[in-house]
Design a protein around this ligand. Structure first.
Ligand code: WT7
Length: 650
């Protein structure tokens, strides 16, 4: 393909000033552990310096910098104030309704200290879990850092998840406190958040207090004794707080993500190694110059990108950044570009699905704004197709800003594979090379590295500092999910190929995980949500290619007999679709709603009863159905196809 041979060498002026230089690769290759020890000393301030870099004797659970002690909030905030940078802006907050707030590092130190004292006054201590369920507002950042400051483990739940999803995460984490808001602003309206918390806490719950931020001012039900206002407990709290020094392996956070089974996994990250890699990658991949750059990552803090590249990476580097509460099209489709112009954003990090959406809206919109401040553009969440890459470069980056396509996962904690701006000649569509210090490979079924020009499975061959330390409460599942497929190798779940230069191209998931708008969704989780509806006898879910969202959720359902009749009529079928989509939104969250629901009489299964999703994907993507010879009943596909086409005719 022509697109694969295109490459964009770095501009000499950029390369000369870049944080990252090519010798990093050599240093890391010469002595990987010494390289990481050096990064840990450069990017992190330790209370007690570590003497041991890596202990892998208990593999696959790593100990990095194990005998060092530190505090994440101190590293993100206090040390910048101590260095004389208290007046530097940490956060330019832009609310969706247009309200703004500027928070300096000194402000942040006060706010975080107060919140830490307030949480302590509610009985939160080192080792406790705190669930955070907030919109993208300043308090979300403050709440995470306040937890870290007292050594409590935060578990942020994306505000778009439902009460049921929140309930199961609270229970699994055993959270003592939930921090939420009355609501947030989205698409010009105040939407409520607190009612979902109230619903999630009915019946048995480990939660003792709910701390509520007033964001919208809407009416909120109140449980006396349990609920407290954020402002009541923080405004009166002391502005002095001594951070709790924790060991490097102290749990910093748990973040839930979807796997191949119905039950989300609580991915556990610890402190020293995670912070080291978050800061190192943010510094080198985005080339951040804290005195002059303005950085903006559009991710919500509910996802790993928000943890590593809104909170910990940028703040450890003492950067100035924008955080924005709302959607890109509110109140108009130029909102993002308007924000870039307003704050002179220089480093911008977003997802391919957002870029494709903006492409669809047309380049006239970004062309109306002055985007000349931009100098590095990042992409994350899924492979960026070469067309979107070229558009991003030309329309947003004025044909000059290098694009960094960053591959990583919730589990890896930080960026693993990416170009280095100023060093790498970038190729549209490829994440290219593991970063210095990271070891990745593409292997075949027998765990052998494939030659250049071939495809296989992406694996990580050496432990890395920000790697997950396990799945909360389930060590076996950790070993089983990531370390059992290939002996001694971390299996990422992604397919990949190496081109003739050895550069890595990601090809999407090879397991039952879908990627919708850069969000990870499990086919099984949505199937269980569907079959929990009274009408549904059986369900199969596949991810089908979609021009904007990358993949879209397509569900095939068999209805219980008494409802199947009704589905035959046009109105009946439509109302069932609406019912089922709403049901999935309730069980998981609106992001998991199927784009299409097809009512079918049968599902294609192998003789051992396994659903052949491959065949369903063929239907969902309007392809001729592939090899169906392993089906238990080969007439099933005809039955499904004829049922669907007759419906299309009616
Ligand atoms: C999965 C991880 C990492 C933060 C966002 C998603 C896919 C992520 C890329 C990329 C191709 C990518 C992979 C990965 N993915 N970035 N640059 N190119 N694929 O985090 O929810 O943990 O999902 O996202 O399939 O396994 P996540």
């Amino acid at each position: 393909m022509l697109t694969e041979t295109r490459s964009f060498p770095p501009a000499p002026e950029f390369a000369a000033q870049a944080n990252a230089q090519a010798h990093l690769y050599n240093e890391a290759a010469n002595d990987r552990l010494e390289f990481w020890a050096h990064q840990a000393r450069t990017h992190v301030t330790w209370k007690t310096p570590f003497t041991e870099t890596l202990d892998w004797s208990n593999a696959p659970v790593a100990r990095w910098f194990g005998d060092g002690t530190l505090n994440a909030a101190y590293n993100a905030v206090d040390r910048h104030v101590a260095a004389g940078n208290g007046d530097r802006v940490a956060l330019h907050f832009e609310g969706e309704p247009g309200d703004t707030r500027t928070v300096t590092y000194a402000d942040l130190q006060r706010e975080v200290s107060r919140a830490a004292n307030a949480l302590a006054s509610l009985g939160v201590t080192t080792g406790d879990r705190v669930v955070i369920y907030l919109p993208m507002i300043v308090e979300a950042v403050v709440a995470m850092l306040a937890c870290a400051r007292i050594g409590a483990t935060h578990s942020v739940v994306f505000g778009g998840f439902s009460a049921d999803a929140l309930r199961s995460r609270i229970a699994d984490a055993g959270a003592k406190i939930v921090i939420t808001a009355d609501g947030g602003f989205r698409r010009g309206k105040a939407s409520a958040l607190k009612p979902a918390v109230d619903e999630a806490l009915t019946g048995d719950s480990p939660v003792e207090h709910v701390v509520v931020v007033r964001r919208t001012g809407q009416e909120t039900a109140w449980a006396e004794g349990r609920d407290v206002w954020w402002h009541d407990i923080t405004e009166t709290a002391d502005i002095e707080h001594t951070p709790v020094w924790v060991e490097a392996e102290h749990p910093l956070f748990i973040l839930y993500t979807s796997g191949t089974t119905g039950k989300p996994k609580g991915i556990l990250h610890t402190t020293g190694g995670y912070l080291t890699q978050a800061a190192y990658t943010h510094y080198n991949v985005f080339d951040v110059k804290p005195e002059t750059d303005v950085y903006w990552c559009t991710a919500d803090i509910g996802w790993i990108t928000g943890h590593s590249y809104v909170v910990y990476g940028p703040l450890l580097n003492g950067a100035t950044q924008v955080i924005y509460e709302g959607t890109p099209d509110s109140p108009h489709q130029g909102r993002w570009w308007e924000i870039i112009e307003k704050y002179k954003v220089s480093l911008f990090y977003t997802a391919p699905t957002a870029i494709r959406t903006c492409m669809k809206w047309g380049e006239d919109i970004p062309n109306k704004y002055d985007l000349s401040s931009l100098r590095v553009l990042g992409s994350v969440g899924e492979s960026i197709n070469p067309e979107a890459w070229m558009w991003y470069r030309r329309v947003i980056g004025a044909n000059t800003a290098p694009i960094v396509d960053t591959w990583w996962q919730t589990e890896t904690g930080a960026i693993m594979i990416s170009p280095l701006p100023g060093v790498t000649a970038t190729k549209p569509g490829s994440a290219q090379r593991p970063l210095p210090g990271i070891s990745a490979e593409v292997v075949n079924d027998s765990a052998e590295a494939v030659p250049n020009g071939s495809g296989g499975y992406l694996v990580l061959t050496e432990p890395w500092p920000a790697m997950l330390r396990g799945i909360w409460g389930d060590l076996e599942r950790y070993k089983d999910t990531y370390w059992s497929r290939f002996e001694g190798l971390y299996f990422a779940g992604d397919g990949a190929k190496k081109d003739e230069d050895g550069d890595i191209w990601l090809l999407g998931r090879v397991d039952d995980v879908m990627n919708v708008s850069g969000h990870r969704l499990s086919t099984m989780e949505i199937e269980s949500a569907l079959v929990s509806h009274d009408f549904v006898a059986e369900a199969a879910v596949v991810g089908a290619a979609d021009d904007t969202t990358g993949q879209a959720v397509v569900a095939f359902v068999i209805l219980r007999e008494e409802h199947a009749q009704n589905a035959g009529t046009a109105e009946g079928s439509e109302s069932i679709q609406i019912d089922l989509r709403n049901h999935v939104a309730k069980e998981i969250g609106p992001i998991a709603k199927p784009r299409t629901i097809l009512v079918v009489p049968e599902l294609p299964k192998t003789r051992s009863g396994k659903i052949m999703r491959r065949l369903l994907r063929d239907i969902a993507e309007n392809r001729t159905v592939g090899d169906a010879t392993t089906l238990a009943d080969s007439s099933v596909m005809d039955l499904i196809a004829s049922g669907l086409s007759s419906k299309a005719r009616s």
